[in-house]
Design a protein around this ligand. Structure first.
Ligand code: F6R
Length: 261
């Protein structure tokens, strides 16, 4: 796992978006995995700018979101499908019907998970997956104790995650859904490349566990240590609890020409 410490979230977004843009320039038919939340905002802004400048197109691409809340109305602005539409999809040239999210509105939630995994497989699997991390170490909505092998499934959200996300619901935790339909860790690990961005001191413990801790479902993101092509891009605050910061800086500054994210 490559660990890259950058000076701020802007620099992280620059690095991550450049890698994604390169990928779509070389292979326009790629499949992009999308995270919601604050962490990827700068990446999405840069992808939109690159599209507007004619540097990249998503006309042949597919996209799959990581997760979706259960219990929100179809028009709720925080339904992740609507969030991604506002933040990215409607500003670039994905073909209609090519940006998917788990169906948190499904009547049959038990079969909506496996159906979503089949859809991802039918598109050829995710090529580049953007990830954020929760303060409790979750990725997508795989909370501590999650299965490393699970496919897309219904997950109960922890009090910590609902508190963290209350900022998107007028600061009112009672408005934050209690459940989500989320790609499982097994689904996420099948993506060919993982790019995580994390910023701020609140993420420092989760990042230290992810990068240097034992692999454990107590910190679900630690499964990324077993991924063959994963990068963790962190600002200095999020990196502050890492023991080997000097080495990570050294390795990135002295990377060889062919070494990209
Ligand atoms: C959302 C998702 C979550 C977030 C995580 C961090 O699709 O996958 O795992 O990435 O909750 O959220 P932010 O980026 O808002 O700190």
């Amino acid at each position: 796992m490559r660990v890259i410490i950058v000076k701020d979230d802007d620099a992280g977004a620059q690095l991550a978006s450049a890698a994604i843009i390169r990928r779509f320039q070389r292979q326009p038919k790629s499949v992009l995995g999308l995270a919601t939340g604050s962490s990827p905002l700068g990446i999405y802004q840069r992808l939109i700018a690159a599209y507007e400048n004619g540097e990249v197109s998503f006309a042949d691409a597919w996209a799959f979101q990581l997760d979706e809340y259960i219990g929100l109305d179809a028009n709720h602005p925080q339904l992740y499908r609507n969030v991604i539409d506002e933040l990215l999809a409607k500003h670039v040239d994905f073909q209609p019907g090519r940006v998917h999210a788990p169906d948190g509105l499904a009547r049959d939630l038990a079969s909506a998970g496996p159906a979503y995994d089949e859809l991802i497989e039918a598109a050829g699997g995710v090529d580049v997956q953007i990830l954020g991390i929760g303060t409790d170490g979750h990725i997508a909505f795989n909370e501590p104790g999650a299965s490393f092998a699970a496919g897309t499934h219904v997950e109960a959200l922890t009090e910590q995650t609902r508190t963290d996300n209350a900022r998107f619901f007028d600061g009112d935790i009672t408005q934050v859904p209690t459940h989500a339909l989320t790609q499982g860790l097994g689904t996420i690990m099948r993506a060919r490349q993982l790019i995580m961005v994390a910023n701020g001191e609140g993420k420092a413990e989760a990042i230290a566990q992810l990068v240097e801790g034992p692999v454990s479902v107590s910190w679900p993101a630690t499964i990324m240590q077993h991924h063959p092509h994963a990068a963790v891009i962190v600002d200095e605050a999020a990196a502050s609890k890492l023991q080997r910061q000097d080495f990570y800086r050294h390795a990135w500054e002295n990377r060889l020409d062919f070494q990209e994210l």
